[in-house]
Design a protein around this ligand. Structure first.
Ligand code: ZN
Ligand code: ZN
Length: 396
């Protein structure tokens, strides 16, 4: 990317920034400082009207631009690398959150849909399970299916994958070109092949299938910022859970300090990785005087259908957010065992035992119109529990 005046520009997507005065002011100051230090243009996109006013009034000058959307901002971005470095520093836009598309078990009931979730990690979208109706739910909650790069299917019960053929076909019909990675039980490939064979469909995009070993835990996807691993669960048929671990995060640069020392910006990435800075006179400035320790990396754990066992607990330790199925209330524990499911109380106990920070319940049986008893029961074991509600985002 190129900048005609030889400077470096930064874009910041504000779509999920809390719309409070305090954040607006803080952001304005940071934006201003950053622009001064890099001598580039700072571009804010998706700013809510209130924040827009605050930034305008307090700090808008020629170095800060406001663009209505990322699309417009893309034309203005010249230094992606620098942008991502500063994203880390500002702790803004490092989204890690999950949108619930479906929270029902077996049958859709009370306007609840079978299981599906979208995980947004810094604008990489991962779809987890794809029950019937998932593509309609995506559209209802404003997620463009073509933004999905990776789909993970836990097992081959219909409530976790029957929406897949429809979704894949629609992607074909709307002319998707980019590769799509699909992870799931080996037999899923056979099911898809036969569907596409008899509809004489040749997909316009590459569907890259990654079979998951049902018995062995393992890493199935990894890039610089995210690692996805599987672990076996105990269900009526082979079923796997998924764990999403954020990669190592950068240290937080002390902007005032490095600016006061006139440290050239080109050294900032190295300092954020923990390196000391040595100036031209040989003076050493230790990294811990120039930056704060890196924030802890976050993790999301998805425990799909399973009966309670101790077998998978080693793989789900210390999750920042744990989704655990909770099909029944504990008075139905015998039924839960019979059908290889978990009760709300058990889900709470598992979250406690594995030191989760927060628990999200889901996969509710059609027998419960009111979900609050499930929530209350789980909270007796693990207070920081929430109900997964369709259309709601939960931060990891
Ligand atoms: Zn299920
Ligand atoms: Zn199942």
């Amino acid at each position: 990317m190129r900048n005609t005046i030889g400077q470096r520009n930064i874009v910041l997507d504000m779509i999920h920034v809390q719309k409070t005065d305090e954040v607006g002011i803080r952001l304005g100051i940071l934006a201003h400082r950053l622009c001064q230090s890099v001598g580039g243009v700072f571009i804010l996109v998706n700013l809510c009207p209130k924040l827009m006013d605050m930034v305008r009034v307090s700090h808008l000058d020629k170095s800060i631009k406001i663009a209505p959307s990322l699309k417009v901002a893309e034309d203005l971005i010249f230094a992606h690398e620098l942008e991502s470095e500063y994203r880390g520093q500002l702790k803004i836009n490092m989204k890690f959150e999950v949108l619930i598309l479906g929270n029902s078990s077996a049958t859709p009931m009370f306007d609840r849909h079978p299981t599906s979730q979208v995980l947004n990690f810094n604008e990489q979208l991962f779809l987890i399970d794809c029950g019937e109706g998932t593509q309609m739910q995506l559209s209802r909650y404003g997620i463009k299916s073509n933004r999905l790069g990776h789909i993970f299917i836990s097992h081959l019960h219909g409530d976790h994958y029957l929406g897949l053929v429809g979704l894949l076909s629609s992607m074909h019909l709307v002319g998707r070109k980019s590769d799509l990675h699909l992870y799931g039980p080996a037999a899923l490939k056979e099911i898809l092949d036969i569907q596409f064979l008899h509809s004489e469909t040749v997909l316009r995009y590459n569907l890259i299938f990654h079979p998951i070993s049902p018995d062995e835990p393992g890493v199935i996807f990894e890039n610089r910022t995210m690692k996805v691993s599987t672990f076996p669960l105990t269900h009526r048929i082979a079923c796997t859970g998924f764990r999403f671990d954020e990669g190592p995060r950068a240290r937080t640069l002390l902007g005032d300090v490095v600016q006061a020392l006139n440290i050239p910006t080109v050294y900032y990435p190295a300092i954020k990785k923990g390196m000391d800075y040595v100036d031209e006179n040989g003076n050493v400035y230790p990294a811990d005087q120039l930056s704060l320790p890196a924030p802890k990396s976050r993790s999301y754990v998805y425990c799909s259908d399973t009966v309670r066992t101790a077998d998978y607990l080693p793989y789900v330790q210390h999750a920042d957010l744990m989704y655990h199925e909770s099909t029944f209330l504990h008075d139905m524990v015998d039924r839960a065992k019979e059908t290889f499911h978990t009760t709300a109380l058990e889900a709470g106990e598992i979250a406690k035992e594995t030191h989760a920070k927060k628990l999200l319940l889901g996969h509710y049986s059609a027998r419960y119109r009111d979900l609050n008893p499930l929530l209350e029961e789980a909270r007796t074991a693990f207070p920081d529990t929430e109900l997964s509600i369709e259309g709601k985002w939960f931060s990891v």
